[in-house]
Design a protein around this ligand. Structure first.
Ligand code: K7E
Ligand code: CUA
Length: 662
């Protein structure tokens, strides 16, 4: 037995190494790295045998191990769920590279702990004067050019307070948060149009627009959803709210969207799951929400022409609600901006195929995915063939626009694509990934190929560039919820389990389990590493990373000072290995202090942190950066401030005293 196993091991390992290192790639293995001729070292066999590794395990290990100093091939941007952040992960190693603070304060990056720049970004997301410092990130979206990731920006939404953030991938930092002026919460975001002209943000739970109150008995009359098109200015790296607009839609609980591309460029698609208009109230004898929203056999796929909508807004036909331009439903209908099509049954997600010709809607409560064809939709619209819903919106005939249905299994949710004409759909209830064949215009050619179990409760999936016009195949990450029995117990709150799948061959194989000990990642996108070109250091000393321009508060060495004007104290400080200048900051209780720090280093590994205990100040000042914080000196005392990054052998000496005189 043992002998057969060992022989098998050798065969598998040799084959794996040959595939990983030779395999038709341009890279030629160096002779010292791979010497398959003589077989693997006996020590490797001993390790495999001692650890009880199966041939599959060995395969998986060889496919995912990235030796020290070698780089990963892809970067995965995972939403951090109700941690309110984004996590950058290397693939295939699944090593965490960075936690990017977005909606929640984060002390290491000095985000939301006093730095004026970050506080202003976060405050832009406040709701009617209430400071919002939590978030629920769901869907990251990399900026695209021609429907392909371009590696410049990353967008992410916050479900709970309906916000969208812009992350600049030159420094992997959040630059902007915009608050939706129509909705308190939302879900269907973020999705970019093929050239990132707009970032799509659809609602979820219907509410009165403009953050207003209306009794729930007036749900049908007063509650609404929206599809908001946030205008993005690539040059500025900012969303421009004044040039953004929304399309009013019925309170059908819009869920997820996708932008059309190529054949469907100019269009957008959102699924929904409460065409019943259920309003809950089980305590008053009404059907509970989960039953109320699941009564009908179909809900509505929303089909909207955002290019036409932009023209409608430009023609002055929008209404302004709480500062946002809104195309009301009757205008959207009249102008041919909005259509509906039946979709079975409380689905979750709609995904456009790489060629833009088809839209895949996953059934959730229906075991099928339903595929719609853009040219059928266009024909039905051109023929004016439809009925209308209660809001007067055209409802296209299901059979006119549907291309095919494929039965995949229980609880289909989200779909991605590869480079071989296959689609991959997560099956939440089956805890599996289904691979199926796209059939183009031949309904009979659509078919389920195979399924692979994952652990467990899979939500989204993310394939390598798997939602672009040119997916790569190769890798797919299953974003599983609740890692039951996968890892040593860390108490009752379970981590999530991100599983890496090799989808290049047959069968698919799970090759890595990665516990995610922060909030639940919902969606992720995986980009080829060579598309990312982040800066090593800021372009010049005295840089404002929010403006991405020189800072007016830049302080050069020798120009450090403390300036008093009445109760106002302004500190101009520099940081360089291994001192902060000035080293004494003498102020008085009751002063208002504005304090600038410039890291005057240009070396790549010379970040200085800054914490001022007792005043809740934490900063990270990257090489070249200038940052500012402000506070009221409400307490007297003697405070030591210090650098928090172990920047040199004299790092512990990199400190100073703030002396607050009573
Ligand atoms: Cu969790 Cu896309 Cu918000 Cu599905 S969503 S799982
Ligand atoms: Cu600078 Cu430690």
């Amino acid at each position: 037995m043992r002998r057969i196993f060992v022989v098998l091991l050798v065969v598998v390992m040799v084959a794996s190494i040959a595939a990983a290192c030779g395999g038709g790639d341009k890279e030629t293995p160096t002779p010292e790295a791979v010497n398959v001729e003589g077989g693997l070292p006996a020590s490797a066999m001993e390790i495999a045998s001692a650890r009880g590794l199966t041939p599959d395990d060995i395969n998986a290990a060889l496919k995912t191990f990235v030796p020290s100093g070698k780089m990963d091939e892809y970067m995965l941007f995972l939403s951090g769920g109700h941690s309110g952040n984004v996590i950058a992960v290397g693939v295939p190693s699944m090593r965490i590279m960075k936690n990017i603070a977005v909606f929640t304060p984060e002390s290491w990056q000095g985000y939301g702990y006093g730095s004026k720049e970050s506080e202003e970004i976060l405050d832009a997301g406040n709701v009617n004067g209430v400071k919002i410092r939590m978030g629920d990130t769901h869907h990251p979206a990399l900026s695209e050019t021609g429907g392909d990731y371009d590696g410049q920006y990353l967008f992410i939404n916050d479900k709970s307070s309906a916000r969208v953030a812009v992350i600049d991938l030159r420094d992997f930092e959040t630059k902007q948060i915009v608050k939706d002026p129509l909705l308190i919460s939302q879900h269907g975001s973020t999705f970019v149009t093929p050239n990132t002209d707009y970032v799509i943000q659809a609602s979820q739970y219907g509410t009165p627009l403009g953050w207003d109150y209306a009794p729930i008995s007036e749900y049908k009359e007063k509650y609404r959803g929206t599809i908001t098109m946030w205008k993005f200015d690539r040059e500025k790296g900012r969303i421009i709210p004044e040039e953004s607009f929304a399309i009013e839609v019925p309170p059908y609980w819009q869920d997820l969207c996708d932008a059309g591309k190529l054949a469907s460029d100019g269009w957008g698609f959102c699924n929904s799951f409460n065409s019943e208009l259920a309003t809950g109230g089980v305590e008053e004898g009404n059907p509970p929400f989960e039953a109320g929203v699941s009564q009908r056999d179909t809900d509505y796929l929303h089909i909207f022409n955002w290019k036409k909508a932009a023209e409608v807004v430009a023609a002055g036909k929008a209404e302004t609600i709480n500062g946002m331009q809104v195309i009301r439903i009757p205008t959207a209908v009249e102008e041919g901006v909005l259509f509906l099509a039946p979709e079975p049954k409380s689905p979750h997600g709609v995904d456009v195929t790489p060629d833009g010709k088809y839209m895949v809607v996953a059934g959730k409560l229906d075991p099928h995915v339903t595929i719609y064809a853009m040219d059928k939709i266009q024909k039905a619209i051109d023929a004016g063939k439809w009925t209308t819903d209660d809001f007067g919106i055209p409802v296209l005939n299901f059979d006119d626009v549907m291309m095919a249905q494929v039965e995949l299994g229980l609880g289909p949710l989200h779909t991605q694509f590869d480079d071989k004409g296959n689609a991959y759909t997560s099956l939440f209830l089956d805890s599996a990934v289904a691979r199926w064949k796209l059939g183009g215009d031949d309904p009979a050619a659509y078919q389920l190929l195979d399924k692979l179990s994952v652990q467990y409760n899979i939500g989204h999936i993310s394939a390598a560039e798997g939602d672009t016009v040119s997916p790569d195949g190769k890798y797919l990450v299953a974003l599983n919820k609740w890692a039951v029995d996968r890892f040593p117990s860390v108490g009752p709150l379970l981590p999530q389990n991100e599983q890496l799948l090799d989808i290049s061959g047959n069968p698919m194989q799970v090759i890595y389990d990665m516990p995610m000990g922060v909030g639940e990642p919902h969606y992720a996108q995986m980009i080829k590493m060579d598309k990312l070109h982040p800066w090593d250091v800021y372009p010049q000393v005295g840089w404002d990373p929010v403006a991405q321009a020189p800072s007016e508060f830049a302080t050069a060495a020798g120009e450090e000072k403390v300036v008093r004007d009445g109760n106002e104290v302004e500190v101009w400080m520099t940081a360089v290995r291994s001192h902060l200048t000035p080293e004494h900051v003498q102020i008085k209780k009751g002063d208002h202090v504005t304090w600038h720090i410039t890291n005057i280093e240009t070396a790549k590994d010379a970040t200085h942190g800054f914490q001022l205990g007792g005043y809740n100040i934490s900063l990270s000042i990257e090489p070249g950066e200038t940052t500012t914080f402000e506070f009221d000196a409400v307490n007297d005392g003697t405070y030591a401030y210090y650098c928090t990054e172990f920047c040199s052998a004299l790092h512990l000496e990199m400190m100073g005293y703030m002396l607050v005189e009573p």
